[in-house]
Design a protein around this ligand. Sequence first.
Ligand code: ADP
Length: 230
Amino acid sequence: MERLTIMKGDIVKIKADAIVNAANTSLLGGGGVDGAIHRAAGEELLAECEKLGGCATGQAKITKGYHLPAKYIIHAPGPIWRGGSRGEADLLASCYRSCFALAKEYGLSSIAFPSISTGIYRYPVDQASLIALQEITSFLKENPSFQKVIVVCYNDETYKAYKAAFKTLEMGAAAKESKKEEKKEAKQDHKSSKEEKKEEKEEKRKGIKFHAFHLFQGKKKDKNRKKDET
Ligand code: ADP
């Protein structure tokens, strides 16, 4: 089973242990996916959210899923795009990490994400998708028992961006792997040439010993011959 799925769809329909809400810091509902989740989950969700006292950007809080097929909702306010030099990338990565920390704390094994920050908050989706998938793939690598992460893209543009980002990361990983192999081979070559040199030295040493032995034997014979003559 593929542990990462990138699909087009509506996140409120996804049956997973948790779906993530690209919320705002008030946690009291809003537009985009936030509005869709509150509508589908029912008003009990707002009642629980009102008790949470908001949530900082880059952090996450968890509630029940109420009328959703998902058991839980993890609310994660993403950063508003302000040009990229206001810590947006770190804050976005932190959103994903905070969601995974809660997923682990609650013993979940499947989670669905929307494309956090790339709607009303205007984060460029080509950059956001790379950050999202980097965080997701490294979490999956570090947590082999976690079953499934689904990225739910609401429109074509988002879906294409995530697919392209996935390819880019895959190519990066493959390049890294082949570099590692090259390094390993070079090390191996270096080692075997060292071993060859050592063997050569050993051969030479043996040769000298052999030569010296015969020289000695020859001299011994000469001596004996001289003795016999006298
Ligand atoms: P943000 O304020 O974090 O930008 P938005 O809800 O405006 O949040 O947008 C985040 C992403 O969620 C966008 O890609 C948007 O198209 C998408 N989106 C909106 N509704 C849904 C939905 N029902 N399911 C999945 N994604 C959705």
